[in-house]
Write a protein that binds this ligand. Structure first.
Ligand code: PLP
Length: 419
């Protein structure tokens, strides 16, 4: 944690073409091209750093898109997975295991869910959203209000809630009954709720929209959403797949606003890189809406993923990583703002879910230049760089990025938007 990262090329194979280029060529020949061509080929990681197959080292400020909560190769997570793998990895949901029960209890505790609440385990964010959609159907109603610029995943149900036209259009018709309204606009929400009337099943929203460029809703808006859904007899679902699990310095981003939803979806950071998703249902009435046989999954809640989730939560608690997320987030915000760089417009977000907003659409170029300089960030919008580093990041790592950022931004150029 104390060394300033220097891009390293030691270990680069000299007797043949770059291993990176070779593997990217094989990637193009062997994989469905939905992700485009990856930026590079990573080999291994350690703490907040990852190393590519040519030996170049990067400070990982993206954390697998808010997934690698404990960074890479964290001993507590490695030990938990190793131990569980040697005991039992999978048992089917005809059976349960101690890690599954313990993780469910722990999630209810950190989500501040009342007595009678429950957890359904899935394997991804989209699957957690699918479970939430089925839960909303059990109201006997079919209309769902979601938000402009929302991202809820790519499976067909989740895609109906996701906003982006380019993601949706090739797959229409999608699940009917979804209305998108402008995010954080109370009057628009009020109108949409009134319009849906007695057929409104739920309002689904991200307390912080990650894919939209790290855009937060106001506390007043979340409170209004709570009041309107309660009055309409509809459910309020918070998608905290990206902003939850301690990333903002609180277990849930919505804890900052003290609004209690009817259900929360979790995934990304929950098991530190092991695939997992969860739907948390609040209170007895909501939890009882899904009964035996109404939903299921083969892998969901397997002991391996649950042991990983427990290790992540225990480490966040034991190492005070919520406080670290708050502190390092502040250091990043203050540091970036303090640069007074002409290309920096500001910083959005909370804790370690941040976007550096730029005065020009140079984010893609800045991302490439950052990578050259040994830093992984994400051009989440043409004019915004997203940071979602591991919650274990320290001051020296933050300082190394702040030292490099002016040079990264100085030479960044505006490029045509890529597909
Ligand atoms: C990533 C994400 C999802 C989808 O999760 P997958 O694991 O990719 O299916 C859903 N909602 C939000 C807010 C996300 O950030």
């Amino acid at each position: 944690m104390s060394t300033i990262p220097v891009p390293q090329t030691a270990g680069r194979p000299t007797s043949r073409a770059s291993h990176t280029e070779e593997l990217l060529a094989r990637y193009r020949a062997a994989l469905v091209p939905v992700f485009g061509v990856p930026q590079t080929v990573l080999s291994h990681g350690d703490g907040c750093y990852v190393v590519d197959v040519d030996g170049k080292r990067y400070l990982d400020l993206l954390g697998g898109i808010a997934v690698n909560t404990l960074g890479h190769g964290h001993p507590a997570l490695v030990e938990a997975i190793t131990k569980q793998a040697s005991q039992v990895m999978h048992i089917s949901n005809f059976f349960t295991s101690e890690p599954q029960v313990e993780l469910a209890e722990k999630l209810l505790e950190i989500c501040r869910a009342p007595q009678g609440s429950g957890v359904f385990f899935a394997n991804s964010g989209a699957e957690a959203i699918e479970a939430a959609i089925k839960l909303t159907r059990r109201t006997g109603r079919s209309r769902i209000i979601a938000m402009d610029n929302a991202f809820h995943g790519r499976t067909t149900g989740a895609l109906a809630l996701t906003f982006k036209e380019a993601y949706r259009a090739p797959f229409e018709p999608l699940m009917p009954g979804v209305t998108h309204v402008p995010y954080n606009d109370g009057a628009a929400l009020e109108r949409a709720v009134a319009e849906a009337g007695g057929d409104l099943a739920a309002v689904v929203l991200e307390p912080i929209q990650g894919e939209a460029g790290v855009v937060s809703a106001d506390a007043a808006y979340l409170r209004l959403a709570r009041e309107l859904t309660s009055a309409a007899g509809a459910l309020l679902v918070f998608d905290e797949i990206q902003c939850g699990m301690g990333r903002t310095g609180r277990w849930l981003a919505s804890h900052a606003d003290e609004v209690v939803p009817d259900a929360v979806t979790l995934a990304k950071g929950l098991a530190g890189g092991v695939p997992v998703g969860a739907l948390v249902t609040y209170g007895e009435a909501v939890t009882g809406m899904l009964t035996a046989g109404q939903h299921g999954t083969t892998f969901g809640g397997n002991p391996l993923a649950c042991a990983a989730g427990l290790a992540v939560i225990h480490t966040i608690e034991g190492d005070a990583l919520l406080a670290n997320a708050t502190e390092m987030g502040r250091a990043l915000v203050d540091g970036v703002t303090g640069l007074r760089h002409p290309r920096v417009a500001g910083v959005r977000g909370r804790g370690l879910l941040l976007a550096i907003t730029l005065t020009e659409p140079v984010a893609a170029s800045a991302m490439a230049r950052a990578r050259e300089a040994g830093f992984l960030v994400n051009a989440v919008a043409p004019d915004a760089l997203r940071l979602a580093p591991p919650l274990i990041i320290g001051s020296a790592e933050v300082a190394s990025f702040l030292a490099a950022l002016p040079g990264i931004l100085d030479g960044a150029v505006s490029v045509a938007a890529s597909a």
